[in-house]
Design a protein around this ligand. Structure first.
Ligand code: HAM
Length: 397
């Protein structure tokens, strides 16, 4: 029979590794509590239209990478490739924006992208994300970046780079797209077929293309950061000041445009040299038009997504000390039928007292039971036989 295996680009988290995942998840909860963000959990799949409209239908994510299928009701369904669109859908569906603003939320979710798997790139991956709605103030941009940086520091990472940029608003972006089209208009035969489509629909995406020939063609192109309007420039300058006040080192990288269409003004990425080609651990930015685009009233928003697989790769590369597996407190060995029943009851009583315990229920030899207790690294071992039942006493090893 054919051997069944996990699908390419997916993997199992085994009990040994789950300890690290639990540690990370606990830290996510703690840092979000510290910053005043509440947890949101959304469905794994949504209507395809949500991502087409939210993420943008000229992005690689929507054009090439989504897991989309038609369900039995003939609806087009997609496994979420990211979290922001689903959060906005949920926020609008439950009228959360009529409550106290800014509304601040976090999530810890699986995402699905049909990309070519490689180190740091999976088809099912996990993302810790935060989103905040209702304030366009750049103090919130700084807070979001600070949350990501503090979390990564808490996880023991060093040498990370915080790269920031502004990609302006629809007003200045329109001007920029015009200038970019003028620059690239004579170089269309140097661009890949996808970028030729981008040239018509969304020229800024060309800056983000991974193809060498497109990178070369766009090398001397105008920079959006040089062309942003006064309001966007002021917003960006204010953010830089806020980061300085908070003691966060950053670099301005005018090449960051991000792979999703909803961004406005601030965009940022946190990278590590320890990660190779997939060097971005965390990416995010402002999306002041997304809520309206998905049917709500105009409401600014900002957030980030942090890839947990990449975080773990980085922690391992930097030999970060991670907590070791918690071991079992007591293992109850038993000999004979009466002792087995007694051990079962004793183990149950210990658990009710909050003491982790287990017992042999395979009628193994005492030697084999001791060996097993040793293997699972049980702190103490108790041996129950007829004698112990009679006297009501036993020794602990
Ligand atoms: P993103 O840049 O597409 O942004 O993804 C965020 C992070 O998820 C990346 O920096 C990376 O660490 C991780 N990631 C993405 N794709 C993969 C993959 N195939 N395998 C492993 N890790 C991956 C977003 O998703 C936005 N929703 C972030 C955001 C939230 N912006 C505003 N709010």
């Amino acid at each position: 029979m054919e051997k069944l295996q996990a699908i390419k680009g997916t993997y199992d988290i085994l009990p040994e590794d789950a300890v690290l995942w639990q540690y990370i998840e606990q830290n996510i909860r703690e840092i979000c509590e510290l910053y005043g963000y509440g947890e949101i959990r959304m469905p794994v799949f949504e209507n395809t239209a949500l991502f087409a409209r939210g993420v943008g239908d000229t992005t690689d994510v929507v054009q090439k990478e989504m897991y989309t299928f038609t369900d039995k009701g003939n609806r087009s369904i997609t496994l979420r490739p990211e979290g922001t669109s689903g959060v906005v859908r949920s926020v609008l569906e439950h009228s959360l924006l009529s409550g106290a603003l800014p509304l601040k939320m976090y999530y810890n979710i699986t995402c699905y992208r049909n990309e070519k798997p490689q180190a740091g790139r999976y088809r099912e991956f996990r993302q810790f994300g935060v989103e905040a709605f209702g304030s366009s103030d750049n103090a919130l941009d700084a807070e979001i970046i600070s949350l990501a940086v503090s979390f990564l520091k808490r996880m023991g990472l060093k040498g990370l780079k915080v790269n920031i940029n502004s990609i302006g608003c629809p007003k200045c972006r329109a001007e920029y797209n015009k200038a970019l089209k003028e620059y690239l208009g004579g170089k269309l035969n140097e661009l890949c077929p996808t970028c030729n489509t981008r040239f018509e629909k969304n020229p800024m995406r060309i800056i983000d293309c991974k193809e060498e020939k497109c990178k070369a063609a766009a090398a001397g192109a105008p920079r959006l950061l040089d062309m942003v309007c006064d309001e966007c420039r002021e917003h960006f300058e204010g953010l830089k000041k806020n980061l300085e006040i908070m003691g966060i080192d950053y670099q301005v990288d005018s090449n960051i445009v991000r792979g999703l269409d909803y961004y406005t003004k601030t965009v940022f990425e946190i990278t590590s040299d320890d990660l190779g080609a997939q060097s971005t651990v965390c990416g995010g930015g402002r999306y002041d038009g997304l809520v309206e685009q998905l049917g709500g009233s105009p409401t600014p928003g900002i957030g980030f997504g942090l890839g947990i697989e990449r975080l773990i790769l980085c922690m391992k590369a930097q030999n970060v000390d991670i907590p070791s597996k918690k071991t079992q407190k007591i293992f109850v060995c038993n000999m004979g039928d009466n002792a087995k029943t007694f051990a079962m009851k004793l183990t149950d009583d210990l658990r009710k007292l909050g003491i982790s315990a287990s017992c042999d229920n395979m009628k193994k030899s005492l030697k084999a039971q001791m060996k097993y207790a040793d293997k699972i690294k049980s702190e103490y071992t108790v041996i129950i036989g007829d004698n112990e039942i009679e006297t009501g006493e036993c020794s602990i090893k």
